[in-house]
Each structure stands twice: as C-alpha cells, then as structure tokens.
Write a protein that binds this ligand. Structure first.
Ligand SMILES: *[C@@H]1O[C@H](CO)[C@@H](O)[C@H](O)[C@H]1NC(C)=O
Ligand SMILES: *[C@@H]1O[C@H](CO)[C@@H](O)[C@H](O)[C@H]1NC(C)=O
Ligand SMILES: *[C@@H]1O[C@H](CO)[C@@H](O)[C@H](O)[C@H]1NC(C)=O
Ligand SMILES: *[C@@H]1O[C@H](CO)[C@@H](O)[C@H](O)[C@H]1NC(C)=O
Length: 235
C-alpha cells in the first residue's frame, strides 16, 4: 500500500504538472530574479480579525516565518469569520515595470513561508513564477485601475489553506506583444507573516492517490495471491 501510494502520488503530480505547464505558451516564463530591478514599489499591509470581535481588523505585525512564533498567534481558522485584509498601495504615483511594459492586471497571492514549505515538494518555490508552487492561493486578481494606486480586499480564510505561516505577494501582469508576462512584483518576505491553523487538509494529489490505491488494492492482493499459488504449484 505504501509503495502504491508514493507511486500514485508521483503519477498524479506528473499529470498535474503536465496540465499546469500546458497553458504556458501564452505566457512568458518570467522569473522573480528578472523582476528584481523593479521591486519595492508597493506597501503591503496585512490586518486580520484576531479578536472576539470579528468585524475588527487588527494589524498583523509578525516578521517571523515560523508558525510556532508567538507573534503569529492567534492562528486564523476557516470558520468563515476569520478574515485577512490585504492592502497593496503604490508608494509612487505610477508603477514602473520591467522593459517599460504597460501594466494590465494586479494579482495578490498568499505564499507559504520558507519553514512551512520545507520537506514538502508540493509547496516548493521556484524562481520561474509559473512554476512556483509556494504561492497557491489567489487572494485577489483584478484589472489594473489607472485612477487608483491602492487595492484592498477582505478575504475569508478558505478551508483548504492548511496549517502554515504565510506571506503576501503582489504580482503585476503586462502584455508583452501578444503574450502576457509578469512585469513587477513585491512581497512581505521577512516583513509580515500570518499564521493559519486549518485541520483536515490533505493535498488533492494525496486524496486521488489514496482513492486510486484503495481501488486497485484488491487487484494487487489478487495478483500476489495468484503468484504465490502458481509458485507453490511449481515446487
Ligand atoms: C481552495 O478551494 C477553493 C474553493 O473550493 C478553490 O477554488 C481553490 O482552487 C483551492 N485552492 C487550493 C490552492 O487548493
Ligand atoms: C478605480 O479607482 C477609482 C478611484 O479609487 C474608483 O472610484 C473606481 O471605482 C475604480 N474602478 C474600478 C473598476 O474598480
Ligand atoms: C518581452 O518579450 C521579449 C520578446 O519575446 C522578451 O525577450 C522579454 O524577455 C519579454 N519581457 C518579459 C518581462 O517577459
Ligand atoms: C530573509 O531573511 C533570510 C534570513 O535572514 C535571508 O536569508 C533572506 O535573503 C531574506 N530574504 C529577503 C527577500 O530579504
């Protein structure tokens, strides 16, 4: 069963990888390193409903990426009352992008802190933004508003967010000819982290793998049984 599980997880991950890379052709494979020269233009502020009054947002002010850190407490849960408020405000009047591309979209994501991604390949970060698995949650994705320099959203913590410490990332998308590409980014790494504690979350690949193994389990058993039986006959 254990061997079947790891094999099935690898297979499911492979299929997922093929599906994920399938739509890269209409997107430039931009990397964070490539965008470093235009980093540092957003002030990203996090607030959360951390008190009994779930209408009140308290500033999140924790620079510690470990979930066990005191400043990450209380951990947010997915009870529909716990919310994160993310505000991304441009420091300047205009946004400078790489290659002076024209900005089109702003995407705000939640990303696993480094300690929360350790030893979990399905949360692994990658310098190529499209391959980065450390930022799976899209908090907001919106057209860039030319008459506004600030984006804010109140985001209920979703049930599939797991127990982890997180930081926020702002990504800007531009059109580069006929292709879309990332053209600017900022994040709260080493500045602001928030912690969540959502029990009972298994990665989708593990759920599928368990189902696959459970259904082919009897087949394995039967084949062992037949092998064993045939082997004995020959002796
Ligand atoms: C979490 O669940 C929501 C709603 O079911 C889904 O849209 C989203 O893709 C899920 N995200 C992840 C990272 O699993
Ligand atoms: C764009 O920003 C302006 C100024 O903040 C706001 O009044 C307007 O509703 C925004 N437009 C959209 C589509 O969000
Ligand atoms: C824009 O497109 C050009 C030509 O394909 C490419 O060389 C460049 O790296 C792209 N810029 C970004 C930021 O993706
Ligand atoms: C965050 O802090 C770690 C440890 O001090 C350091 O190695 C890393 O380069 C920092 N990252 C950023 C983006 O500043």
């Amino acid at each position: 069963m254990a061997r079947c599980l790891s094999l099935a997880v690898a297979l499911v991950a492979l299929v997922g990888y093929a599906a994920a890379t399938g739509n890269i052709e209409d997107q430039q494979p931009t990397s964070y390193t490539q965008l470093a020269p235009v980093k540092g233009q957003w002030d990203i502020t996090l607030k959360a409903t951390k008190t009994a009054d779930k209408a009140a947002f308290e500033p999140v002010d924790c620079a510690e990426p470990k979930i066990s850190a005191a400043c990450n407490k209380p951990l947010l849960t997915a009870d529909a009352k716990d919310k994160l408020q993310v505000t991304a405000a441009l420091k300047g009047k205009t946004l400078k992008t790489i290659d002076d591309l024209t900005p089109k979209r702003v995407v705000i994501k939640a990303c696993y802190s480094k300690p929360s991604a350790t030893d979990r390949p399905w949360r692994k970060s990658n310098d190529v933004i499209d391959k980065d698995k450390s930022c799976p949650f899209v908090i907001k994705s919106t057209e860039l508003n030319v008459s506004s320099t600030s984006y804010s959203i109140d985001w209920p913590i979703p049930k599939n967010m797991t127990k982890a410490a997180w930081y926020a990332t702002v990504l800007v998308l531009c059109e580069n000819g006929t292709l879309n590409s990332y053209c600017q980014f900022d994040n709260t790494v080493n500045k602001t982290y928030f912690g969540t504690n959502i029990i009972n979350s298994t990665p989708t690949s593990m759920i599928i793998a368990t189902a696959v193994c459970a259904s082919i389990g009897p087949l394995f058993l039967a084949s062992y049984f037949i092998k064993d039986f045939m082997g004995r006959k020959k002796q």
